[in-house]
Design a binder for this molecule. Structure first.
Ligand code: SAM
Length: 245
C-alpha cells in the first residue's frame, strides 16, 4: 500500500501546473496581500544573508527575497514544482527536490546556517512536521527567525462553513484530522489537508528549543474577502531559538 506521503507527493506533482498558473510569477492576492509582506518583515533579512524556503511551490517567495539580494536555498518534494520554478529567474536561488519528512534529505541542507527559515502555507499539507521542526536548531543561526504560515486552524479549515457573506460556522477545532480538498479550483486532484490546533505547533516548537516571538492574523482590507475581512484566514508565526540570556 502506498504511504500517505508518497500519495501526497504524486498529487502535488499532478496539480503543479494548475498551482503555477494560479500563483504566477509573483503570487496571488492571498500571498501578496496577507502572507508575503508580514513574512518578509518578520524575517528581517539583509542583502547577502541566507534564507531557506521549505516547500517553495513555484518559488514565489524565494524570488521576492532573491530580488532583494538575499541568497535563497529553496526546496520542495514535488519535482514538477521545482521544474516550474526554474522557468522564472533563478538568480540568487539554489533549488532542490527534498522531502521535509525525510531526515536524510534535510541533512543535505546543513552545509550552512541560515539567517532565516520560511515555510509558507506548507505544514497543513504535510502528514508529519516533527522531523522538520527537529532540524530547525541545526539549520538556523542563533539569532535567526523561523517564520511559517498555515491556514488559520480556528477560522479556515475543513470544519468551516461560510453561513452568509460575513459569517462562518466552525464545526471542529481541537482534534487533529485529515481531509481532502482543493487549494485552487482548477486543480485536477483533491489534495490532503492535515488539520492541527495552534497549541500543537507552539508546543512542538518548545520541544525543539523554539519560542514564539510574533503571531500575525492578517485579514483582507477591502470587501473582497467576505468573512475574511473580520476572520483571519491565515496564521503567521515567527519563532526564534530559546537562549539562556
Ligand atoms: C500550498 S503550497 C505552498 C507553496 C509555496 N510555499 C507558496 O507559498 O506558494 C504547499 C507546498 O508544500 C509542498 N510540500 C508538501 N509536502 C512536502 C514535503 N513533505 N516536503 C517538501 N515540500 C512539501 C508542496 O509540493 C507545495 O509546493
Amino acid at each position: 500500500m502506498k504511504n500517505v506521503n508518497q500519495e501526497n507527493k504524486e498529487i502535488w506533482n499532478t496539480n503543479a501546473g494548475e498551482w503555477d498558473k494560479a500563483m504566477g510569477e509573483f503570487g496571488n492576492d492571498w500571498h501578496l496581500q496577507l502572507i508575503a509582506p508580514e513574512t518578509e518583515r518578520l524575517l528581517n533579512l539583509k542583502e547577502g544573508q541566507f534564507l531557506l524556503d521549505a516547500g517553495c511551490g513555484n518559488g514565489i517567495f524565494s524570488r521576492r527575497m532573491a530580488n532583494k539580494g538575499v541568497k535563497v536555498t529553496a526546496f520542495d518534494f514535488s519535482e514538477t514544482n521545482i521544474e516550474l520554478s526554474k522557468k522564472y529567474s533563478s538568480d540568487n536561488i539554489d533549488y532542490h527536490v527534498l522531502d521535509m519528512t525525510f531526515e536524510a534529505d534535510l541533512i543535505q541542507l546543513t552545509d550552512k546556517k541560515y539567517h532565516g527559515i520560511v515555510s509558507n502555507m506548507v505544514f497543513m499539507d504535510v502528514p508529519e512536521v516533527e522531523t522538520f521542526f527537529s532540524k530547525i536548531n541545526y539549520l538556523m543561526k542563533d539569532d535567526g527567525h523561523f517564520v511559517f504560515s498555515i491556514q488559520h486552524p480556528c477560522f479556515n479549515s475543513e470544519f468551516m462553513e461560510v453561513t452568509n457573506e460575513e459569517n462562518i460556522l466552525m464545526k471542529g477545532y481541537i482534534d487533529a484530522s485529515t481531509s481532502k480538498g482543493k487549494a485552487v479550483s482548477e486543480q485536477k486532484e483533491d489534495q490532503f489537508y492535515f488539520h492541527r490546533p495552534i497549541s500543537y505547533y507552539i508546543n512542538l516548537g518548545a520541544k525543539n528549543g523554539l519560542v514564539v516571538d510574533a503571531c500575525i492574523e492578517p485579514t483582507f482590507e477591502k470587501e473582497v474577502g467576505g468573512p475574511f475581512t473580520k476572520f483571519p484566514p491565515i496564521l503567521i508565526i515567527s519563532m526564534r531559538k530559546l537562549t539562556n540570556n
